[in-house]
Design a protein. Sequence first.
Length: 213
Amino acid sequence: MTEPSYNPAIAGRFRGFLPVVVDVETGGFDAERDALLEIAAVIIRMDEQGMLYPAPCEFCHVLPFPGANLDPKALEFNGIDPHHPFRQALPEKQALHQIFTPIRKAVKQSGCTRAILVGHNAFFDLGFVNAAVARSGCKRNPFHPFSTLDTVSLAALAYGQTVLARAVQTAGLAWDNAEAHSAIYDSERTAALFCTILNRWQELDPQRPWVND
């Protein structure tokens, strides 16, 4: 399998941070008490013209940690059966390792110093990632511990929308309500939205000092 090439200019675009879109599905809203059930990550790449595009999604089902709370309303919303035998879920530590490994590799290959989490209401996703890292003792978390890039703010600026579905559609991108609220679909749509907004900004301002012409 051919290894992806990374434009080192992306390190200059985000002050040494590599954007990685993350979406989590959970058993509630409390990162300390409620289960992490799915995690998906989409690494953002840059082409030779300085335009951003998403890499294929990394994804893992996660086993609820011992004693985790599972709010029935949250499970009804995301449609996840945490105990389904075909989920092939991993314990938190293994799941995080599976997601973090390609991110750390991409950070190194792109010349960045750290990943930065991109999300729609990014504080929520980062909170669950940080809680799972602390709980499981997972080492070498690639993400900045508190800084994020949030597509809620970007979409409000660009389109006057803050709800993900409406922002995606206003941006002219496809949205399928039947697929929504899975970590894979939401992370991929958020990544497409992020790249669309950033690339449009770059088209409006062609002077891109991070690109070596």
